[in-house]
Design a protein around this ligand. Sequence first.
Ligand code: PLP
Length: 364
Amino acid sequence: MAVEQGLDAKRIQELDRQYVLHSWSVQNQISPLAVAGGEGRYFWDHEGNRYLDFASQLVNVSIGHQHPKIVAAIKEQADKLTTIGPPMAHEARSELAQLLAEVTPGDLTMSFFTNGGAEANENAIKLARWYTGRDKIVARYRSYHGATAGAITLTGDPRRWPAEPGIPGVVRMLDPYTYRCPAGHPDPCPVCTGGPHLEEILQYEGPQNVAAVILETIVGTNGIIVPPDGYLQSIREVCDRHGILLICDEVMAGFGRSGKWFACEHWDVVPDILTLAKGINSGYVPLGAMVIGEKIADWVRDKYFAGGRGTRRSARCGAKGSSGASSSCATARRASRSSPSTRPARRLPRLRGSQRQRWSAAST
Ligand SMILES: Cc1ncc(COP(=O)(O)O)c(C=O)c1O
């Protein structure tokens, strides 16, 4: 089949309707806009109409469209090496992992790179199960954790329904939604304060059977729910009491979106596992990460780590890399240093002097 060049908007839409399957949509009820280009906070169509990208596409283009430093990083890395296998070490991946260890809170130090957020969450629950030797995962209703089999089971919103029954062992707790509290919000509300509600769920599930609690630190697509002060700390305390790991999914809330590098820092809580994607490189190429604390890192060092993710997929842009592939890591390394929203030097009190200088020099 001959590929047409220089298509107009009408033809792009015709081809789209015929050949493209769009996620979370009734195909014949959508009319996707044909986008011709973008720059900074704007993108435009083929008629030259410019749109202010309030949605930041998938709430991921934190750094804006076509940031010259990231585009340059893609080109530079594509010229040198477009992919690298998991058993190898590579400058971009090694340095990105070090940068993540510097900016993530507490003792979060070791990163496993993936193609995106769903794979980061898949690996987080697998690792939590191996580490604890327990099966169950507590997840919340107003949540989205990704579209792969395990991640969509963790997801509490109706996008989960068509994928059910999903993976076994996922149990649910309610959300701290103080505006429409599921418990009617008496004061103090056992749900919105976190700890008492989780304790009750654990009574029914058996805390000795629960490997992890996974939550979006600030709920994203299910309503931008900011937990009340004290909530996250109380969840952390209950987890600690029962040897349960806390996984914070900051795929959406991370990388400066809440005003700090990571949302859990607002409440001084350090999760055992932090999952990331989106803002890590603004989605220019696929990349996610699972960052683990020292306790789990030390444990896993002499174990066979059976974590995995998709391998490289080629893409028309030519620079699309796989999980932790050289080009993906190169973009994230550059993005970490270029984000105007994260102003590294001001927001990194725990960095030592030399590290601070490195970040501030790189971000200007
Ligand atoms: C909180 C959260 N977790 C996980 C995901 C899944 O990430 P990905 O689409 O990169 O697999 C998303 C995506 O929107 C998300 O918002």
